[in-house]
Design a protein around this ligand. Structure first.
Ligand code: MN
Length: 733
């Protein structure tokens, strides 16, 4: 008895294959059937029938969709990995790796549970499902499987019915819609509605039943009138009519808050023609016969829906004021509308190319359609890989929420995707119950559990390289910025120095305060330490900082050159006006050539310092810095008549003696360190005197020779970086 049911079922399948796709190798299909039959032996459906009948029915749905031979074989075997002892390898050995891969893909989807989700999670779940199926045939077989399960749902418990129906309504029907499988979508929706809202379902079906006779008569009449009109006008057309599917009426009732009597367009008509031009001809005739409802005309031929759907649609008012919808399309469009993406295995060469519109989101469908026109069906199947979600991965929290991350993401991305506090206290991760390394690449459907600890050391810099999501990197950077300032400064300084070396720039520039201040301002940091810290935590790259320095150094150099040019012009002007041009020791004295010049010992000026001259008695001109205390005091004492304007000449002698007073914490090796710095900067030391002070500090007086002020500043800056150095002043004080 049971055997007979099974054999009958198989015969139906074989007949349908012969009818729909005679090229299929029936012996191979038979072998798959027999393997499934043996593997599922003894298992029964809830209906009491042998389990393999479900496999046969799923395969029949695939045949109806027009899927290829491998799909039909895989559909027959779709539950053997999940429910029997057979493995991927067993299937691969007998039917090839492709069939085995598809079966395994279906098995993976079967294992995902979708119950009790928030609405916003649904789109992610649908995407995940699509992403998990590397081959679109996996999805199509899964839809066939679900469709047959919904057809036999009456045998399940009420709880199971509600669970499966909700899942079908929210996951599988939208996927069917997206792939353009309208027929499958409608049936899934209607069958789900029956269990989700049994009363609403019954209300509509009973209402339709009560109106059936009237609607049937009405549809027959309209069908006839349209057929007649079109044939009189020489248009070859097939007219079909149907009552709209239950769920679409249901949705309209609720969306527009209508009673059933308020839903006017219960029936729909379809006119199928041979070419696109006839679509518009038919539209003209329909609008001539019936009054169109304003705002209801839609041209999906000119701009197809994202899932490839094409039709000209209009709603008109017919006899007795009954409103109805008419879809007009070509046979090619019709197949696409009914079977969507699946239609293209069966009907390969097209008439006018089917276009899927401009929506980039579904570009892959368009590509499939285009590929389909050029290759034969067999090759086409191989191209049908899902690359739609290649850049995303979907994983679960232990609570079952879906988290959407970039492909290749690791548990760190996941942790920060939950909350930065989770990331910052992360000490490890479990995936599907097993501890994984931090750089484990998450797979679709993984359940990820982040292990945290209050005493976690916090993120490390390496994590930034492991992360794939910008969100995680930003959060790690924020943490590092806040928690690791000292470390960041040191590290940033090191990176800065390295980059300066690579750029061929001396670290001495860091002592040019004007330069540093300009750079700091332009880099939008508040101090040198801040700049180092920012480099250290990655807020700014050392390359960018060094580029800024290089630019500013170049700008300063250019300004200096310009200044020199202006000086030359002034010089020429001065020469004409009889001013002194002859310098002594690099100093020009107002109104005098060749006078004796000496440099004051109190303030030891060097070229670059603003200077003034003091006319001594019999010892020529003594040159002081313009900020020399002696000069400033003497102004108050009204001796200004002995001061004279002096300036540095363009060319100076290159060696000016000057004195620095260094106050430092006294420590071992201090003097040696100072001497080392001076030596490394090629400063010629004339004398160096150190003495300890009673307060534990040391005072060091250094007299050295420098060419000019910038060289001196460089030396002072470098000395300031020495450990213990507190203050450096110029002059003997
Ligand atoms: Mn199944």
């Amino acid at each position: 008895m049971a055997e007979e049911i099974v054999e009958q079922g198989y015969r139906k399948l074989a007949d349908e294959i012969l009818e729909h796709n005679p090229g299929v190798d029936l012996a191979r299909v038979r072998a798959a059937f027999e393997l499934a039959d043996r593997a599922h032996a003894g298992q029964k459906r809830k209906a009491g029938t042998p389990y393999v009948t479900h496999c046969i029915e799923a395969a029949r749905i695939c045949v109806e969709m027009g899927l290829d031979e491998d799909s039909v074989v895989a559909a027959l075997l779709h539950d053997v990995i999940e429910d029997t002892a057979l493995t991927h390898d067993d299937i691969a050995k007998e039917f090839g790796a492709e069939v085995a891969d598809i079966v395994e893909g279906v098995t993976k989807l079967t294992r995902v549970r979708f119950t009790n989700r928030e609405d916003e999670q649904m789109e992610n779940l649908r995407k995940m499902l699509m992403a998990m199926a590397k081959d679109i045939r996996v999805i199509l077989i899964k839809l066939a499987d679900r469709l047959h399960n919904m057809r036999t749902m009456e045998y399940m418990t009420p709880a199971k019915q509600l669970e499966k129906s909700t899942e079908t309504m929210e996951i599988y029907a939208p996927i069917a819609h997206r792939l353009g499988l309208q027929r499958v979508k409608w049936e899934l929706e209607d069958r789900s509605l029956r269990y989700i809202d049994p009363e609403g379902y019954r209300e509509i079906t009973e209402y339709l039943e009560s109106k059936k006779e009237r609607l049937d008569a009405f549809m027959a009449m309209v069908e006839m009138r349209i057929t007649k009109r079109l044939s009189e006008n020489g248009i070859n057309a097939t007219v079909q009519s149907r009552i709209k599917h239950t769920y679409s009426i249901y949705r309209k009732m609720y969306a527009q808050n209508l009673s059933l009597d308020g839903v006017f367009d219960l029936c729909a008509f379809r006119v199928i023609v041979d070419n696109i031009a006839d679509c518009y001809n038919v539209l003209g005739h329909i609008h001539d016969m019936y009054r169109p409802v304003p705002g209801r005309f839609k041209d999906y031929v000119a701009s197809p829906k994202p899932n490839g759907y094409q039709s000209v649609q209009t709603t008109v008012i017919g006899e007795e004021g009954i409103m109805f919808e008419v879809q007009i399309r070509t046979w090619e469009m019709h197949r696409t509308a009914e079977y969507g993406i699946a239609a293209h295995w069966k009907y390969k060469s097209g008439e006018a190319g089917v276009r899927a519109g401009d929506e980039e989101k579904f570009a892959w469908i368009r590509q499939l359609l285009e590929a389909q026109q050029e290759s034969d069906a067999g090759e086409f199947v191989h191209d049908l890989k899902m690359d739609m979600f290649d850049d995303e991965v979907f994983v679960f929290t232990p609570q079952g929420d879906v988290v959407n991350l970039p492909a290749g993401a690791c548990p760190i991305d996941f942790a920060y995707g939950i909350h930065s506090a989770v990331g910052n206290s992360m000490i490890g991760a479990k995936v599907n119950g097993r501890i994984v390394p931090f750089d484990y690449a998450l797979q679709n459907g993984d359940i990820v559990d982040i292990l945290t600890s209050k005493s976690a050391p916090g993120p490390s810099r390496d994590w930034m390289n492991l992360c794939k999501s910008n969100a995680a990197r930003t959060k790690i950077r924020q943490w590092l910025k806040k928690e690791r300032r000292e470390e960041n400064i040191l590290r940033g300084r090191e990176m800065f120095e390295g980059e300066m070396r690579r750029a061929g720039l001396s670290m001495a520039y860091i002592n040019d305060e004007e330069l540093v201040q300009t750079c700091i301002r332009k880099l939008a940091v508040t101090s040198l330490d801040d700049m180092y810290a920012a480099i250290g935590y990655g807020g700014i790259t050392s390359t960018r900082v060094v580029n800024r320095f290089r630019d500013e150094i170049a700008r300063a150099a250019k300004q200096n050159t310009q200044k020199t040019a202006i000086d030359k012009i002034n010089e020429a002007a001065e020469r004409r006006s009889g001013k002194p041009v002859k310098a002594v020791n690099g100093v020009l004295v107002e109104g005098m050539d060749n006078c004796l010049i000496k440099f004051s010992r109190c303030c030891t000026p060097v070229p670059g310092d603003p200077v003034v001259g003091f006319i001594t008695r019999g010892q020529g001109i003594s040159v002081h810095r313009a900020d020399c205390p002696n000069y400033l005091n003497s102004l108050r004492e009204d001796r200004e008549n002995r001061w004279i304007h002096v300036d540095w000449a363009d060319t100076t002698t290159g060696a000016y003696s000057t004195t620095l007073r260094i106050l430092a914490h006294d420590r071992n090796g201090l003097v040696l360190d100072i001497a080392t710095v001076l030596n490394s900067l090629s400063a010629k030391v004339l004398s160096l005197n150190a003495r300890g002070l009673p307060d534990g500090n040391a005072l060091i007086l250094v007299t050295l020779e420098v060419p000019d002020l910038s060289a001196l500043r460089l030396i002072m800056g470098r000395l300031r970086t020495l450990g213990g150095v507190r203050q450096i002043e110029r002059g003997n004080g």
